[in-house]
Design a protein around this ligand. Structure first.
Ligand code: NAD
Length: 267
């Protein structure tokens, strides 16, 4: 099968951005970048399952976005590091939302610790990889099985500019390596699954979420001084890129890694 070509390829471009009638799932969807991705997909018309691990208010967030957008948005608790758990959740979402169908999956969950490489223990190293790499793989695998059955699907991985550069404070070797691996994994899947899915990454630079606000002020100031755009990005500024990748307007795009970083990786 060649790369899927949508029937609406010659329709006005904005209609190709609509996600009306689609079903989406987003991991790490209860806060930060993830909640903005959920909001963006819902605003574009998709019914969205928000997957979370620990946020007690995730069901309220889902209900609020559903109210704002008029589509179905519900929260599902699941740990992406647990292969059988995330597989069961992805299948449950497909059953409950689409009688087995699922169109868009965003593997967004991630963690980041600042640990000198000489101090990694098996536990800290594996914890990082279990979410940032294994979690992407298990989410992708569960989605891929559904995509293969339906002959069509769309996977988006939230990677990072850390996949391509050594991030300051240079204490993020595990994070950086896992993000580089996630980008390459996505490229491999893009080729292996070309008959039935598009697979792309979005690599953000510095985004104002809990992952960043936990960092010391001096580090934030240093980052800002290194960004040509001279500011940290608001998470809401990313949502349109996810909607773009999720829709039909980029039907020939697969294996891409879209960098959104205010120019940070250019210098
Ligand atoms: P965040 O810490 O606010 O959100 C991370 C989300 O992942 C949370 O909702 C958390 O509950 C979820 N999560 C963590 N472990 C999980 C697990 N085992 N199973 C399911 N969910 C789990 O951070 P964020 O900035 O919104 O990060 C979202 C993604 O963007 C991550 O993959 C991160 O690496 C990436 N990213 C963030 C930045 C940034 O500057 N904030 C930059 C580049 C990439």
């Amino acid at each position: 099968m060649p790369l899927f070509k949508p029937e609406n390829v010659n329709t006005p471009v904005l209609s190709q951005f609509s996600l009306g009638g689609k079903i989406a799932a987003v991991t790490g969807g209860a806060r930060g970048i993830g909640v903005e991705v959920v909001r963006g997909l819902a605003e574009a018309g998709a019914d969205v399952a928000l997957i979370y691990t620990s946020s007690a208010n995730a069901p309220d967030i889902a209900a609020q976005i559903a109210k704002e957008t008029g589509v179905r948005v519900e929260a599902f608790r699941s740990d992406v590091a647990n292969r059988s758990e995330i597989a069961a959740t992805i299948n449950q979402i497909a059953e409950e939302f689409g009688h087995g169908r699922l169109d868009i999956v965003v593997a967004n969950a991630g963690i980041c610790a600042n640990v000198p490489a000489l101090e990694y223990t098996e536990e800290t190293w594996q914890k990082n990889n279990s979410v940032n790499l294994d979690g992407v793989m298990w989410t992708a695998q569960a989605a891929g099985k559904i995509f293969q059955k339906q002959g069509k699907g769309n996977l988006i991985v939230t990677a990072s500019v850390s996949a391509t550069l050594v991030n300051i404070p240079q204490l993020q070797a595990a994070y950086n390596a896992s993000k580089a691996a996630a980008v390459h994994l996505a490229k491999c899947l893009a080729v292996e699954w070309v008959d039935f899915a598009r697979v792309n990454c979005i690599s953000p630079g510095f985004i104002m979420t809990e992952m960043l606000t936990k960092q010391p002020k001096e580090r934030m100031d240093k980052w800002i001084s290194l960004i040509p755009g001279r500011r940290i990005c608001d998470a809401a500024e990313l949502k349109s890129a996810f909607v773009f990748l999720a829709g039909d307007s980029c039907s020939y795009m697969t294996g891409a890694d879209i960098i959104i970083d205010g120019g940070y990786t250019l210098l």
